[in-house]
Design a protein around this ligand. Structure first.
Ligand SMILES: NC(=O)c1ccc[n+]([C@@H]2O[C@H](COP(=O)([O-])OP(=O)(O)OC[C@H]3O[C@@H](n4cnc5c(N)ncnc54)[C@H](O)[C@@H]3O)[C@@H](O)[C@H]2O)c1
Length: 398
């Protein structure tokens, strides 16, 4: 592993929506340089070459073999993550793979094993566990000032199910529905705040719209090995918008306006599956359009952490502390971009040989929870978790 201070030379697999969301951080952070990409659409490859002067490859195997590339950001659809991470590892490239790690636990095992065998880093992110206020709350908990974490409540009401989708994003067995795309954010956050080692899940799910036949909502109770417990509630069918409890700041850190209300459902009205997938592709790289300016950190809905000596409320700007006799606010200053913490993790892993919490094993543990929620809802039983890892259970070679 090279320990220089040269910028990380990143290759990107998949120039879609996820890449668009990472783009402001890649553009503004001097620690990274985008040197190549793989994308099936020529339009995206051309736009990438024009902006970054790097090389556009037609497939991920060629990207992984590119000697200019040092690490690969895998931002292709969930079900392709395993194949693309394995290709990267085979060519000795470090990997940042967007959440979820994979759809099946078998694929997750293959990915962890491939990174271990190749001696490369495997980081799963970005997920909202990288949001600066979440990381700040984790550091505050670790300081010991507030005592043990006893209970966490996480809730998010969004229009997720009515944003434009590829057809497989509405089929659970292919990783569709809210668990794999959204639940995994909430699970990552809650595991990070509670120490990682979840033990049991009791859950119910809702699949309420026959036109979009996958889980759009869930409520889950998750317990940890230190008697801590957490509730996680999510609705992707929501008419209520829980961002109003976050100061009208949207998930990506931009201020919301009243005119945005109902936009997703309005845009979807009357579209067939093909037109819907086309609409989704207009939100990708090389199709024009940019993200609204983030003036706050990203967030994933209201989160309360109850500790022995204080309750902590996460906001898009920091952490509000409700102590025994005093209430105060600890700001998390906005750096060069909202996803700077993801670049921090990549940099530390590759340049400083320090793994973040969110390794391949961590991602596999969060994926196990997604499946456990589905199983518990189906069976009506509490499901035991057996593939968990803690915050300091760092990879040996990845
Ligand atoms: N962390 C986040 O905030 C966030 C947000 C959105 C999506 N995601 C994740 O990113 C992944 C992609 O989702 P998305 O919404 O960006 O989908 P998308 O359809 O917008 O983008 C996927 C891209 O991959 C490309 N692609 C498909 N097959 C490919 C191949 N064989 N080689 C190279 N590129 C290929 C497609 O052309 C497309 O541009 C998913 O796993 C999703 O969970 C994460």
């Amino acid at each position: 592993m090279s320990l220089t201070s040269e910028p990380l030379r990143i290759g990107v697999a998949g120039l879609g929506r996820a890449f668009m969301l990472m783009l402001p951080s890649f553009r503004s952070d001097a620690r990274v340089r985008l040197v190549a990409a793989a994308a099936p659409r020529a339009e995206s490859r051309k736009a990438f070459e024009a902006e970054f002067g790097g090389r556009g490859h037609a497939d991920v195997e060629a990207l992984a073999a590119d000697p200019e590339v040092e690490a690969i950001y895998v931002a292709t659809p969930h079900q392709m993550h395993a194949e693309h991470v394995e290709a990267a590892a085979r060519h000795g490239k470090h990997v940042l793979v967007d959440k979820p790690l994979a759809v099946t636990l078998e694929d997750a095992d293959r990915m962890v094993a491939a990174a271990d065998a190749a001696g490369v880093r495997l980081i799963v992110g970005p997920s909202h566990s990288f949001d600066a206020p979440v990381m700040q709350a984790r550091a505050m908990i670790e300081s010991g000032e507030f005592g043990a974490v006893r209970m966490v409540q996480a809730l998010n009401y969004t229009d997720f199910l009515y944003r434009p989708r590829r057809p497989e994003e509405l089929r659970t067995e292919e990783g569709g529905g809210v668990l794999f795309s959204q639940g995994v954010h909430q699970i990552d956050i809650v595991r990070l705040l509670c120490g990682g080692n979840a033990r049991r899940i009791t859950a119910m799910t809702g699949a309420w719209d026959p036109e979009r036949p996958t889980e759009g909502a869930y409520a889950a109770l998750m317990s940890f090995d230190n008697c801590t417990f957490a509730t996680m509630t999510y609705s992707g069918y929501a008419h209520f918008d829980s961002d109003i409890w976050m100061g009208d700041v949207g998930e990506l850190g931009a201020d919301k306006t009243p005119e945005q209300y109902g936009k997703a459902r309005r845009a979807l009205a009357g579209l067939d599956a093909q037109s819907e997938a086309r609409l989704k592709s207009t939100r990708t790289y090389g199709s024009g359009g940019d993200l609204p300016k983030a003036r706050h950190h990203e967030h994933f809905g209201p989160i309360l952490v109850c500790c022995d000596r204080a309750d902590l409320r996460l906001t898009p700007d920091g952490v509000e502390v409700f102590g025994d006799t005093q209430r105060r606010f600890i700001e998390a200053p906005l750096g060069t971009s909202t996803r700077e913490t993801v670049i921090d993790a990549l940099w530390e892993a590759i340049r400083e040989a320090r793994a973040p919490a969110q390794t391949g094993r961590w991602g596999r543990a969060s994926l196990e929870v997604c499946h456990a929620i589905l199983r518990s809802a189906e069976s009506g039983e509490t499901v035991a978790l057996t593939r968990q890892c803690g915050l300091t259970d760092q990879e040996t070679t990845t």
